[in-house]
Design a protein around this ligand. Structure first.
Ligand code: ADP
Ligand code: MG
Length: 251
């Protein structure tokens, strides 16, 4: 086991009276890809969003238990803006801002107070390189980001997330809107990025989880059924429900 980056303890989440997460306990390892799998509606996105308090934005949400980032509860006495700088997020549908490629990547650093042009230039270049997009866009940084292809837009969103130097990157089905080639590039990128960041990725594709993740968590109806190394989950799971799911018997 490598170092624990985030630790989730006895986590319950309610949307009003509906309990969407039931007593979740899980440790996320640093510099690994953790995949969250399970049928639609089982709570994957809800769980992912508890890791940087994105659910705080939903009305009527109640959360019990705690989520620790390097041993510190993120639900207690924490500046949420700073938390989201440390724990960044990439969504299902690429959502670049309607502005230039450069301004998309510079957006976060500017919001956090970086003003100097040369510093911003460096951050933009470094982030686009990390996002495996630099070579494709370096000659058109001032062009509107909405002119990029879907796969390029998603890599831009990854670069934008990286520009504020997060420690953890949350990705919610980041390839579900992409074609197989663009998907492959994002998967390769994720494998490279885990050397620098801790990645937690929701995927509805078990093949994808098997290809890229180190650890897999299987959710069903708001419960964490099984969590372990991806190898074990996919070859020799302990729980019959996991076995049924990965062999395609339901979901
Ligand atoms: P998944 O990502 O695994 O498909 P979600 O986390 O989106 O699942 O949803 C888990 C459950 O919580 C579902 O039953 C869904 O209908 C419910 N849910 C999700 N978001 C909300 C919300 N904002 N208000 C009420 N219920 C919600
Ligand atoms: Mg979801």
């Amino acid at each position: 086991m490598s170092k624990t980056k985030m630790s989730i303890k006895n986590l319950d989440l309610f949307y009003g009276d509906f309990q969407a997460l039931k007593n979740i306990n899980l440790d996320i390892e640093e510099n690994k890809i953790t995949a969250l799998i399970g049928p639609s509606g089982c709570g994957k996105s809800t769980f992912l969003k508890t890791l940087n308090r994105m659910n705080d934005l939903v009305e009527g949400v109640k959360i019990k238990g705690n989520v620790q980032l390097e041993g510190k509860n993120i639900y207690k006495n924490v500046d949420v803006i700073k938390l989201r700088k440390r724990v960044g997020m990439v969504f299902q549908k690429p959502n670049p801002f309607p502005m230039s490629i450069y301004d998309n990547v510079a957006y976060g650093p500017r919001a956090h107070g970086v003003k100097k042009k040369s510093t911003l230039d460096e951050i933009v270049e470094k982030s686009l390189k990390r996002g495996a997009l630099w070579d494709e866009v370096k000659d058109r940084l001032k062009k509107n980001a909405l002119g990029l292809s879907g796969g390029q837009q998603q890599r831009l969103c990854i670069a934008r997330a990286l520009a504020v130097e997060p420690e953890v990157l949350l990705m919610d089905e980041p390839t579900s809107a992409l074609d197989p080639i663009a998907t492959g590039r994002i998967e390769e990128l994720a494998k490279e990025l885990k050397n620098h960041y801790t990645i937690v990725m929701v995927t509805h594709s078990m093949q994808q989880a098997g290809r890229i993740s180190d650890n897999t968590a299987f959710f069903l109806l708001g419960e964490l059924i099984e969590y372990g190394s991806t190898k074990k989950i996919f070859s020799n799971p302990d729980n019959q429900k996991t076995e049924d799911y990965i062999t395609g018997r339901f979901g």
